[in-house]
Ligand binder design. Structure first.
Ligand SMILES: [Fe+2]
Length: 453
């Protein structure tokens, strides 16, 4: 660990993950080794000094099976070398491919962000062999995660540049983005790829990737405290609803907040929009609804950047599908109002004097949803009247107001799902300070659970 890194205090790192034990990352190395040899470059010793694998041994499935359940003297990643690593030039090429294959990035690069600005940023990879190793494994074994990482890195760099941060700071934010999810390479793919709803325990397990990334990066010489702090904060939110430490805006770094907004919009696009054929342009109403969670300036910048690209909003529905669309939207509107009212009543009824930070965060979320949606057109009679007439009069097109309202409505459903899940996790974690309050929340939540969909 470098002297700089010793000054980094990550707060409480709670995950049970141990860098000296062989994890699923070793399985990825063994799989990669079949196409791109992975070789031991220094003797791998057990904690008690026993020789486990000698220098020049090949990392394959048999050798990895032998290392399982042993505690190593050093993390495995430090003792191996991959024959063909992703180089700085390769990384640059991958970023250019991402830009060229994404109409949105292409438009941005043409207008404001010259491709040449990427070359000096990527050059740093030559000084970071462990990062080279991690992204080589990620690109080969979890390519979807690698593609997302490239998108997050471009967004982070562009936001930092639009904020006119010094080139050095923008570069640090880019490297935080490249490395922020390396912890995922150590998580069980069976849980990551689960198609059923994740349980509260599963969510906690998935969330541990932040602590794992932080622990791994603390061991890499050449990464500054600013980079590691940003990585440790990439799932924190300004309104205290993030993890792992539920920090609030005043406790968060600017690089961490830029990375958080970049990671969030890429997550929204890949997890919710891409498969439905929806486009980057639709991220704007989602971001508007989430303003309290992110640094205001970065939200404004993202919105301006997307609008500047002049990509159109898609046509949600037209022709004979309109009446059915209006009917469905109307029913969802009533459902959301009912769901929201019950969640709000349940959370607010326990008062605010409990001194429980996590419960305050949940109450803040419900109040934020109330404020956000009070100002929107969602629960106004006008919208319902428009939808009723569209449903009954066999309209063949929808107005821009209804199209916008539809996006906001989908966003509200997402927020209510997220809040319900957070509440469920809070109740089942047993972390509530006052058992009477937890019991009341539990009873209230039991009534709501039928509304969650
Ligand atoms: Fe993450």
């Amino acid at each position: 660990m470098s002297r700089d890194q010793q000054s980094f205090v990550p707060g409480e790192i709670s995950s049970a993950w141990n860098p000296l034990q062989v994890s699923v990352y070793a399985d990825y190395l063994a799989l990669l080794s079949a196409k791109n040899p992975v070789v031991v470059v220094e003797d791998i010793l057990a904690l008690d000094g026993e020789l486990l694998l000698a220098r020049t041994a090949l990392i394959d499935q048999k050798n990895i099976a032998y290392l399982k359940n042993k505690t190593l003297a050093r993390p495995l990643a430090h003792s191996i070398h991959i024959e063909r690593l992703i180089s700085a030039d390769d990384l640059l090429q991958h970023l250019l491919d991402t830009i060229r294959s994404t109409e949105y990035f292409q438009s941005l690069a043409e207008r404001k962000h010259p491709l040449s600005s990427l070359t000096p940023v990527c050059a740093m990879l030559s000084n970071l062999p462990l990062v080279q190793q991690f992204i080589t494994v990620m690109a080969a074994q979890m390519n979807d995660l690698y593609q997302r990482t490239l998108c997050v890195s471009l967004w982070s760099l562009y936001i930092a540049q639009e904020m006119r941060l010094p080139a050095h700071d923008s570069g640090e934010i880019f490297w935080a983005a490249i490395t922020h999810d390396v912890g995922i390479l150590h998580l069980d793919p069976q849980i990551l790829n689960k198609t059923d709803e994740l349980t509260a325990d599963d969510w906690q397990y998935v969330q541990s990737h932040v602590d794992i990334s932080t622990k791994i990066l603390l061991d890499i010489p050449g990464l500054s405290p600013a980079i590691i702090t940003a990585v440790s904060e990439h799932h924190e939110r300004c309104d205290g609803t993030g993890y792992p430490l539920a920090k609030v805006e005043s406790e968060l770094s600017i690089p961490g907040q830029i990375l958080a907004v970049a990671d969030a919009i890429v997550g929204i696009y890949f997890n919710r929009f891409k498969a439905q054929g929806r486009r980057w342009r639709e991220v704007i109403p989602v971001l508007e609804m989430n303003r309290a969670a992110y640094l205001y300036r970065s939200c404004d910048i993202v919105t301006t950047m997307i609008l500047r690209s002049e990509l159109p909003l898609p046509n949600l529905v037209s022709g004979s599908g309109v009446p059915e669309f209006a009917e469905r939207m109307l029913q969802q509107n009533f459902h959301l109002q009912n769901w929201f009212s019950q969640l709000r009543d349940c959370l607010i009824s326990v008062g605010y004097t409990h001194g429980d930070r996590k419960l305050h965060a949940l109450q803040n979320v419900v109040l934020h949803i109330a404020t956000t949606f009070k100002g929107s057109m969602l629960f106004k009679e006008d919208l319902r009247e428009s939808l009723e007439s569209m449903a009954s009069e066999e309209s063949i097109s929808i107005s821009e107001v209804v199209a916008d309202a539809s996006l906001v409505q989908q966003e509200m459903a997402f927020h209510l799902q997220r809040l319900s899940r957070m509440m469920q996790m809070y109740i089942s974690s047993g972390e509530g300070k006052d058992p009477k309050i937890t019991k009341r929340l539990e009873e209230g939540f039991a009534k709501i659970s039928g509304l969650i969909k």
